[in-house]
Design a binder for this molecule. Structure first.
Ligand SMILES: [Zn+2]
Length: 298
């Protein structure tokens, strides 16, 4: 009952078709057109026949079977969503459910609000797979890596340009970059002075630079832009500010913090860039900052 293709494989297949039909420069992807045309070609007896905005209180999107007597499937997305990036991601997510899960869920799937908070929480396999598909379809890795090389130094402006190119949210774009960069970097999403969740690049994680939010709330440092922006209203959406911090502020080591507010101004998005070489092991776990580290993760 499960799809023979992985989420990545489905996205790769469709990216290949788009490259052939539209050329490599086919961004942003028109998910509505792609989902309808691709499903009509591939599954002519069971296509996606409708994609519409609808009143879906409490949900971001849904995949429903057509009513009895009609063939195919419908994708619905919440008509209250204001961000085009979020709409696009939702459509791609539901398209992923159609490709991956419609046989296992013949009555369809309703998807709770893809709140940014949930990005880091324990999703069900099914939701996770739909997100993997959406990220791979909207931001193919080969294209992304051409724009930002794995060893390139970035700032939030550069990543914002990518978000614009792919028409997805800044957070989804940063997560995609974190998934392949060779740099040490941490994304921190905070609200009201507390870290909601954080995600480290592979190298940052390996070298001890992470925040363990599962153990309880972690306050953002008082000296950080993330803390000051929300109280002083000095940060505005799209206006990035950067600040270099000494060791012992965000992490035991020095950090370049870049922070913007979300589109709805309700949370702060901070990208922390760390030195390429991590501090010596004893400084990370048992050195002069150990007390600080213990306090932060207690
Ligand atoms: Zn879903």
């Amino acid at each position: 009952m499960t799809s023979p293709f992985s989420p990545e494989r489905w996205a790769f297949e469709i990216t290949h078709v788009l490259n052939v039909v539209l050329g490599a420069e086919h961004f942003p992807i028109n998910v509505t057109a792609v989902a309808q045309e691709y499903s009509a070609q591939k599954f002519p007896h069971d296509p996606i026949s409708r994609i519409v905005a609808d009143s879906l209180p409490g949900f971001d999107g849904a995949l429903y079977k057509a009513p009895a007597g009609k063939k195919g499937w419908g994708i619905f997305y919440n008509n209250q969503m204001r961000s085009t990036g979020r709409v696009n991601f939702t459509l791609a997510h539901e398209f992923g459910h159609y490709l991956l899960h419609r046989l296992a869920y013949p009555d369809g799937i309703r998807c709770g609000e893809q709140d940014f908070v949930q990005w880091d929480s324990e999703y069900g396999q099914v939701e996770h797979q739909a997100n993997i598909f959406a990220a791979n379809l909207l931001m193919p890795l080969d294209d992304f890596r051409r724009l930002i090389q794995p060893d390139a130094v970035v700032d939030l402006d550069v990543i914002s340009d990518c978000a614009e190119r792919y028409r997805v949210s800044l957070i989804a774009t940063v997560l995609r970059w974190l998934s392949y960069t060779e740099k040490r970097a941490v994304l921190v999403v905070s609200r009201d002075g507390f870290i909601l969740w954080a995600r480290s690049s592979a190298k940052a994680l390996r070298t001890g630079a992470f925040f363990r939010t599962s153990l309880g709330p972690i306050a953002v440092p008082v000296a950080s832009l993330a803390a000051q922006g929300l109280t002083a209203q000095s940060l505005t959406a799209e206006r990035q500010t950067a600040r270099q911090h000494d060791g012992g502020i965000w992490l035991p080591e020095p950090v370049l913090e870049m922070t913007v507010l979300s589109e709805q101004y309700d949370f702060a998005i901070s990208l922390l860039l760390l030195p390429n070489d991590p501090p010596p092991f004893e400084d990370r776990f048992g050195g002069p900052f150990s007390r600080f580290a213990n306090r932060r993760t207690a």
